[in-house]
Design a protein around this ligand. Sequence first.
Ligand code: FRU
Length: 528
Amino acid sequence: MITSYFIKEINLFSFGILMILGPFCNAQTRASDQELAKDEQYHRPVYHFSPKKNWMNDPNGMFYYDGVYHLYFQHNPFDNVWGPMHWGHATSKDLLVWEEHEIAIYPDSLGTIFSGSAIVDHHNTSGFGDAQKPIVAIYTNHSHEGQDAGRNDYQTQSIAYSTDQGYQFTKYQHNPVIPNPGIIDFRDPKVTWYEYENKWIMSLAVGQLIYFYESKDLKKWTYLSSFGQDIGNHDGVWECPDLIQLPILGTEQSKWVLFVSINPGGPSGGSATQYFVGDFDGQNFTVNDRFAASMNEYHDFWVDYGKDNYAGVTYSNTETDDGKKIFHGWMSNWQYANVVPTTTWRSAMTLPRELSLGIVDGVYRLVSEPISTLSNYSKHYMEIKSDDPVIEIKKNNPPFFTTCEINFKVSAKSGFVATLSSEIGDTLAFGYDVENSSFYIDRSGTGIVDFSDDFGDKKTVCKRISASNMLNGRILLDKASIEVFLDDGLNVMTEIFFIEKPFTTLNFESKDKSPIEKQIQINDLHFN
Ligand code: FRU
């Protein structure tokens, strides 16, 4: 029997403590005005969603409808650590500028509201619609009473519907729609419309497997099959699955991709999201042979190789001409999420990414690109082409290197290191080691790092997937985060950090000071 992992025990323990101490020590009274101001200035992101106040983890129920993207999120409205989960709510027209709304779904007699999904029920299959098409949310109810009583069936799947496009939800009166068969980790339903058979498919994380269910009306669900035995990483509990079809770049074809978050077991420690490429026939998901062989050999099919991209899933009901899907993750890691040094709020989401598939050495690989709406806010700052061993770029005026994009192309023949530094000596380094053909991020010098032994302890490393002669990268900075999209999105690394002054210098240096071809281009990102 698979049991919940330690970190969750800590979370649930802290929830208990909070219920007792909550009224006496809330986050707002702990932080001084100076700390609050510093936090807003250096840590609050500009174009990544973060909650105005209190705690956030996984993105939930994301869908697009009538020109608006809806993002719900795991939210504790009482404090800035994990606690009784609600679904917070935010909307955006371009996935970059967000407006936060009232809480959308509250705990009820079946428990608090854990992760899940939402869909637009175009054909009113649920019968919940009136003049408006219903939005149906499918989520896990987590009964803390059941858990405290030592039961193993405290996670069940429930639904709620909205007829005002996702702002207010009514719970279905016959919840749960999937009771628990006696399995401790039984959660995070992600539902998608399977157009080939006019039915809904649910992926559910069950211990270290994914179960698939089908339904015609979102209320009555039938078990179909399971996936995950003896494949992929099993060093932690499986969470937050998502099964989608993605286009293969340069072809007219597509493949099914199953995303599975795992905690712990990530390539750099703690939580991360793995993926599997294969086929889905309406009943079973099977992994492509070549993919499966490579997986056993390398174990390296991760959405992101940095430490801070977890529990990500895709938006439903998006309309893109090229079939790409939009993926959004939580930009933190369960190793330290509860103790990162922000004040009245905790955590941000990653930049949304447009996903497709590429083929490298005959193996399907995920390709991630930053959301394309970013170009609407981008203003050219400077460009440099040179083979000088060291290039130093200073930015002495706002926005410094805080909200900007650094694009580079560099020969893969030699390694390099790019270091951002501030006037008080905080540094963030990113580079490529030619000896082991690996990229890395080193945040050990980024100001506040001592809040957790797992935060700045070592470089995060990932093996390069592409074998081309030139490396290219897009680095996106948003005050307290770095997201690096390498080799046109074949390798991605996302990490957070907590500086105390802005970075003002970028030093781009070839390994061994060799003269290698480099091209660097910087764009500022303006959002006001
Ligand atoms: C993933 C997760 C989910 C769960 C939620 C609880 O980070 O553990 O499995 O539904 O967080 O907040």
